[in-house]
Structure formats: C-alpha cells, structure tokens
Design a protein around this ligand. Structure first.
Ligand code: FAD
Ligand code: NAI
Length: 487
C-alpha cells in the first residue's frame, strides 16, 4: 500500500485500456484494474468491446456474410457450390481465437508500457482530506488489496438492460454474450429490440438460415438514423434478407419451456399476438455499470439514468476523479470511449505539469461516426435532415446511388446511396449519411471533412480514384450544387 500511483484506471475496456496506455506514454505511473473473466474463468482485458461486443460480433458478421454470399450471390459470378454448409462450432471457435489474440495483445501492450495490471473488482473509497491520495480496494477471489493513486479514471462500461419478466439465462433467453456463442443455428429466433445489436445479431443468424422475427417498441424503424436511410434499410432487410420486423409492439410476457420461448405481445394495432421461437435475444439497450464502485459511500454523483455525471472534460464531482466511455453521457461506442480516455490522460498530464486544461481535451460528439455493420452497412456523422429541420437550419442536399458507381457494380453490391447535407449559405458540411457497401470505411472521409469544417465544395474538389466506392461520396458532394456527373 506504500506506492502511490499517478493514475489508477478502473476498467480495461476501450475507454480504460486506451486511457492507461496514453497515461503511461505521457510518463505517468499507471495501474489498471479490471474484473472481466472469459468463459474459461481467466482474466481477459478489453472489456465488452473485445470480449463480447465489437470484435466478436464483426467476426460472426463476416463469417455469416461469406456463407450468405456463397449461397445466394456467387452464382451471378458464375461460381456455384451445391453443398455449402455451415459448421457453427468452427465459426464460433474462429471468433474466439480473434478475441483471444486481441485480449492477450492488450496484456502485452500493458507490459510494454509498464502499466501495472491488476485483476479484481475495484471500489473507490471515500477520501477524508483533499490532500490525500485516492484509495481503491481491489477484491479478487476473496483476496483484498488497497491501491493509492493521485488521479482515478473510471471506465466501468455498461451492461445489458433486462426485461423484468424475461431474465437472461443465456440458454433460451440471450443477451449479447449468448447471442455470440450459440453452437447451432436456431430454426426460429426472436429478437426484442430493433436497435444496433438486434439488427447485427439478427443478420448473423438470419444469414445462416434462422427464421428471425424482430419485435420493436418504437413505431418507426431506426429512429436515430436519417429517415431516408432508415426506409431504405427497412426495405432491404425485409425483402432481401428476410428479417421479419414488427414495429410499435408492446411485449406482455415471455415464458420458457425446455424446447421453446413463447412471447406474447400487442402489435401496433393493439391486437394480441404470440410468437414461438427456440431462442430469444433481448437487445433493448444498455445501462451504465457502476456496480461495486461504492457510489453510495464515496459521494460520486450519478444522474437519473445511473450515468456518472461528468462535465465536457469527463471530470466528475470528485476532484481528480474522471469517468469515460459507456458509464457517462454520450453514445455508447468504443471509439467514443477511447477518445475520452486519451483526452483525460492528456488532461491529467497537463495538470501534473501545472498547465492549463485545453479546449482540445474535450470531445466533439458531432463528429463521432455511427456505423451499423449490417449488409448493406449503414454509417453517418453529423446531423440528419430531421434534426436540421427541427433546429431551423437551412440546408442543401446532394445524393448519389451506388447503382451508378462502376466499382459497386463490379463487386455486385450496388444497393444504397450517400447523402451530403450542407449549410445553404456557407456550404459547410453538416451531416453525411450512407447506406451501401463498405460504408464503414467510407465514413472516415466524411468524418475528416467535418472535423476540418470542410464545405461540400472542398469534398467535390478532391480527386477520388477511379473506380472506387469513394466516388459515390465525391458525386454526392458534387450533387449539392447539382453538378453530379454520372447520373
Ligand atoms: P466496457 O468495454 O464495458 O469495459 C468496462 C470494463 O470495466 C469491463 O471489463 C468490466 O468488467 C470492467 N469493470 C466494471 N466495473 C468494474 C470494477 N468495479 N472494477 C474492475 N473492473 C470493472 N461499439 C462500437 O463502437 N462499434 C461496434 O461495432 C460495437 N459493437 C458492439 C457489439 C455488441 C454486441 C455490444 C454489446 C457492444 C458493441 N459496441 C460497439 C459498444 C462498445 O462495446 C462499448 O461502447 C465499449 O465497449 C465501451 O467501452 P468502455 O471502456 O466504456 O466499457
Ligand atoms: P439500442 O439502443 O441500439 O436499441 C434498443 C432498441 O430496443 C431500441 O430500438 C428500443 O426502442 C428497443 N426497445 C427498448 N425497450 C423495448 C421493449 N420493451 N420492447 C421492444 N423494444 C424495445 O440498444 P442495443 O441494440 O441493445 O445496443 C446497445 C448499444 O450498444 C447501442 O446503442 C450502441 O451504442 C452499442 N452497439 C454499437 C454497435 C455498433 O457501433 N455497430 C453494435 C452493437 C451495439
């Protein structure tokens, strides 16, 4: 207990582990505490993102997409395979191997950066005097140790929100952990929630052959996305992929037996309906994880949703205690968590050197990209049309379809479009919305444009290589002034 660390990070997800690495790079003596255990009961760094979120879901999305293409799309290329088959355990083992590569990789990054890594649950203690170091009690398998640090970064992430009448057992009723670990393809799969997890996990199991029904409480599909993109996505997901989506439902009960799950719900017309499935995924959002942090004892302020209250610089109400990632306000995204982690690390380094906090150390949420890794992919940054209208901002629109792009046609994936929204007078880009092939990669150019306060004219003036998918963004930017060339 004698050593006083400069920084103690609680949580080693993309918020915490990135913060720890940046702190160490800046010469701060850093410890990172994390309690995650993998299916084998072994400590596993990387939090939700690496263990049961971003990375494993993308691994399964890729595998299932390959199978779907082989079965339904390769014949157009003159490639056929009569006996295409799926071996789910191999698919899941591949996913697990990718996860292990990255979680072990974080452990070696910690070692390389001389970050002390401690496994266990960290509880922040109450401080009796501002001059004191913060104390964190770490408990692992009944063993307790006390750490001291001048600064504490809380990055404890989030956990799935549960339906009170449908407790997760990860046998019949699944959260993201169960949905990523099925060992066989269910004949019928139900999903509650047409959000990001519902769509991504629903796509995986649908592509592999499950009959997938998604039940969503909201009356409209993907209300956070641009309306036109949501409409296009709804049509493709229903018609081409075969996801059955029911909007505006009220779930009334969920009952399980050995062989099935029965969901009773009222549909949008208030008619009683019953759905019977083998497995049910519940993906109705995530809630901040402050379990075990001791917030009732140490005076850490949380809001009505349980999120730790922070200012624009991720400072909590306790001096030298910061919080980043899913446990605070803002989008629950890995890249947002990491950016906050870096910003806080740099701020602490400034404070330790007696320097002023700079404005660049706060995050601009308006330039954080959103991506949904379905097929086609969906991505956006900035404001959508509905938001601009609500804010009374006059804007111009440029739009271009992938159908008119040579590269998209060549790869055989030409659905969707890109839309550029620019300020009517100053032409500054206000939002860019995409649905189509590889838009998860294309969105970076849009983010850069917005970060550098570009105009649509700036994007239009950039030479885009031919033939590439990026030409669709170029043409959409040209389209803002009615100058698109290939339509
Ligand atoms: P987490 O990653 O949740 O990490 C928190 C860590 O803190 C965990 O290891 C936890 O065990 C530990 N912890 C908690 N309390 C304590 C304590 N008291 N003591 C010690 N340790 C503690 N985001 C994207 O940007 N792109 C994606 O493609 C994407 N896909 C996703 C797919 C799924 C299925 C899910 C569920 C999420 C996905 N997300 C994605 C969201 C992303 O995973 C989260 O936004 C991100 O992990 C948040 O990072 P974090 O560091 O705040 O928290
Ligand atoms: P979500 O917030 O994206 O979607 C939840 C959906 O469930 C909403 O549409 C909501 O209206 C609906 N819902 C809520 N209660 C309901 C009820 N009782 N009955 C029916 N529907 C109900 O949450 P989700 O999908 O659980 O994902 C959590 C978060 O994880 C996401 O918001 C995102 O931040 C992150 N994530 C990000 C990914 C990415 O970046 N590609 C992928 C997966 C998750």
């Amino acid at each position: 207990m004698s050593e006083i660390f400069d920084v103690a990070v609680i949580g080693a997800g993309p918020g915490g582990y990135v913060a720890a690495i940046r702190c160490a790079q800046l010469g701060l003596n850093t410890v990172c505490i994390d309690e995650w255990k993998n299916q084998k009961g072994k400590p596993s760094l990387g939090g939700t993102c690496l263990n049961v979120g971003c990375i494993p879901s993308k691994a399964l999305l890729e595998s299932s997409e390959n199978y779907f293409e082989l079965k339904h799309k390769f014949s157009a290329h003159g490639i056929s395979c009569d006996n295409a088959a799926v071996d789910v355990p191999t698919m899941v083992a591949r996913k697990d191997k990718i996860v292990t590569t990255f979680t072990v990789g974080i452990a070696s990054l910690f070692k390389k950066n001389k970050i002390k890594s401690i496994h266990g649950r960290g509880t922040l203690q109450k401080r009796t005097a501002p001059s004191e170091a913060w104390k964190i009690v770490v408990v692992d398998a009944g063993n307790e140790q006390i750490l001291q640090a001048k600064h504490v970064i809380i990055a404890t992430g989030s956990v799935p929100r549960q339906l009170p009448f449908a407790p997760i057992d990860n046998d019949k009723i699944l959260d993201n952990i169960g949905a990523l670990s099925l060992t066989e393809i269910p004949k019928r799969l139900g999903v509650i929630g047409a959000g990001v997890i519902g769509l991504e996990m629903g796509s995986v199991w649908r592509r592999l052959g499950a009959e997938v029904t998604i039940l969503e409480a909201l009356p409209e599909f993907m209300m956070a996305a641009d309306e036109q993109i949501a409409k296009e996505a709804n049509s493709i997901f229903s018609k081409e992929l075969g996801l059955q989506m029911h909007m505006g439902v009220t779930i009334e009960s969920v009952k399980t037996t050995k062989s099935k799950v029965t969901i009773r719900y009222a549909d949008a017309d208030k008619k009683k309906q019953t759905l019977e499935v083998e497995k049910l995924i519940v993906a109705i959002g995530r809630i901040p994880n402050t379990t075990g942090l001791g917030i009732d004892k140490n005076g850490l302020a949380v809001d009505e949703r349980g999120l730790i209250t922070v200012d624009a610089y991720c400072r909590t109400n306790l001096s030298n205690v910061y919080a980043v990632g899913d446990v605070v306000r803002g989008p629950m995204l890995a890249h947002k968590a990491s950016e906050e982690g870096v910003a806080v690390a740099e701020m602490i380094a400034h404070i330790e050197k007696g320097q002023q906090v700079e404005q660049s150390q706060s995050i601009d949420f308006n330039v954080i990209p959103w991506i949904i890794y379905t097929s086609p992919e969906i991505a956006w940054v900035g404001k959508n049309e509905k938001e601009l209208k609500a804010a009374g901002i006059a804007y111009k629109v440029g739009q271009f379809p992938f159908m008119a792009n040579g590269r998209a046609r060549s790869i055989g994936d030409a659905s969707g479009f890109i839309k550029v929204l620019a300020d009517e007078k100053r032409d500054r880009v206000l939002g860019i919305h995409m649905i189509g092939p590889n838009v998860s990669e294309l969105i970076s150019e849009a983010v850069m444009a917005m970060k550098f306060s570009a105009s649509s004219e700036d994007i239009a003036a950039i030479v885009h290589a031919h033939p590439t998918l990026s030409e669709v963004l170029h043409e959409a930017a040209l389209g803002v002034d009615g100058r698109a060339l290939h339509i």
